[in-house]
Design a protein around this ligand. Structure first.
Ligand code: DC
Length: 208
């Protein structure tokens, strides 16, 4: 059984990489950001501030994996709320067991997020950390918004991305950072296919 932990920054390509690597290896995949998004969404829907710790913890205790395919979780306001509820230690604690259980299933699993290699699966067989320059990540996010027919301003996208990077990497509990034994993949100049190919080479070298 192989457990693969994939962490990284916003719009670094980690989600696509995790999904494609999971398909390539025939492993189940959990996008753990969706758990935090589900909590953020529950608060927004009920008219609460994402900074309301008590309500956020109660919402996190009710989150289950069946809620994660809701397209509403993809909205930018939900992403921002997710980043805010993710700083609350009680929210992280409430989501811990579901992630551990997913990782422990027979046959192994791939999880992607911000703290998989450091907190959720410190004994993962392979740890990857995916990153790219902020300007390139903002360009990807901007292009995505435009292709979805939304209006977007590149400088605003870049500023919001830097704000989320800062909040994710400076929070006291489980901050975003590469595990000491993570393999870093910088996707600034890589296509999604190139990043996947690099990940496959690394994984096969480690677990065969
Ligand atoms: O990967 P994403 O954009 O869907 O994540 C949304 C937010 O959730 C992100 O800003 C930080 C938080 N998150 C986290 O703290 N830990 C994780 N394992 C996954 C996401």
């Amino acid at each position: 059984m192989s457990v693969i932990a994939i962490d990284g920054t916003l719009a670094s390509g980690k989600g696509t990489l995790a999904k494609c690597l999971a398909a390539h290896m025939g492993l189940p995949h959990l996008d753990t950001g969706k758990l935090y998004r589900a909590v953020g969404y529950a608060l927004l829907k009920a008219g609460h501030s994402p900074d309301n710790a008590g309500v956020a913890i109660a919402a996190a205790q009710r989150v289950n994996l069946d809620l994660l395919s809701d397209p509403a979780l993809l909205h930018d306001d939900v992403a921002s709320a997710a980043s805010k509820v993710a700083v609350i230690p009680g929210v992280r604690a409430a989501l811990f067991d579901a992630q551990k259980a997913f990782a422990a299933q027979d046959g192994g699993a791939i999880l992607d997020g911000r703290d998989i290699g450091t907190v959720i699966c410190p004994n993962a067989d392979v740890k990857l950390f995916i990153d790219a320059d902020p300007e390139e990540r903002a360009r990807r996010r901007y292009d995505e918004l435009i292709s979805l027919g939304k209006s977007a301003d590149y400088d605003t996208v870049l500023a919001q991305l830097k704000e989320r990077d800062l909040r994710d990497s400076t929070r006291a509990d489980a901050p975003l950072k590469p595990a000491d034994d993570a393999h870093i993949i910088d996707t600034t100049d890589l296509s999604p296919d190139d990043a996947l190919a690099r990940a496959i080479v690394l994984v096969e070298a480690i677990i065969g």
